[in-house]
Design a protein around this ligand. Structure first.
Ligand code: GTP
Length: 171
């Protein structure tokens, strides 16, 4: 494989799952934002990690903006799919949205690695990776490399392990 030093990843997930907080963690401390406001549309952020420069397209997870996700599918080499592991009420919605992503021709016809963050693992009622994978039917994803990692985007726990995996898949 060709070694790439630049890659574009799409950051997807429902609103409030922690996408912007995750991207913020990877940016240099000088560029970090202390207060997160809901993303409108999408934001393109850049950061450097594991010897690659990453263009992260942070898509809003709000219902009215989710139709914007598909326009970015063909531009990305990897996907970060962020899940609020404590938001059990919306697991069905997460599953439906994930299926739409996986079925889209710009995703299904390509080998795009998908990293799942089971985020907010610090919250008491958060589900384990095994339970999240079962609830979302991740074992049915056969044609793409995928990986699930627990994360706490506020402390940063688990974030590096995840992005390391993603970078390795793309390299
Ligand atoms: P949209 O931009 O609306 O799509 O949301 P988002 O997915 O970018 O979520 P955002 O990063 O704005 O985080 C939503 C809220 O969850 C914020 O109040 C964060 O501080 C909080 N949050 C994010 N990650 C964690 C986490 O790992 N644990 C806890 N306890 N809270 C978190």
């Amino acid at each position: 494989k060709v070694k790439k030093d630049k890659m574009t990843i799409l950051v997807l997930g429902l609103n409030n799952s922690g996408k912007s907080t995750i991207v913020n963690h990877f940016k240099k401390s000088s560029e970090q934002v202390a207060i997160m406001v809901p993303t409108v549309g999408f934001l393109v952020e850049q950061f450097y990690t594991n010897n690659v420069s990453i263009n992260a397209i942070d898509m809003s997870g709000a219902t009215r903006y989710r139709n914007l996700w598909e326009h970015q599918f063909k531009n990305c080499q990897g996907i970060m799919y962020v899940i609020d592991s404590s938001d059990r009420m919306r697991f069905v919605v997460v599953k439906d949205e994930l299926e739409l992503v996986l079925q889209h021709p710009d995703v299904s016809n390509r080998t795009v690695p998908i990293l799942f963050y089971g985020n907010k693992s610090d919250l008491e009622d958060s589900l384990s990776n095994v339970k999240i994978a079962a609830a979302l039917g991740l074992e049915k994803i056969k044609e793409k490399p995928w990986h699930i990692c627990s994360s706490n985007a506020i402390s940063g726990e688990g974030l590096d392990e995840g992005v390391q995996w993603l970078v390795q898949q793309i390299r």
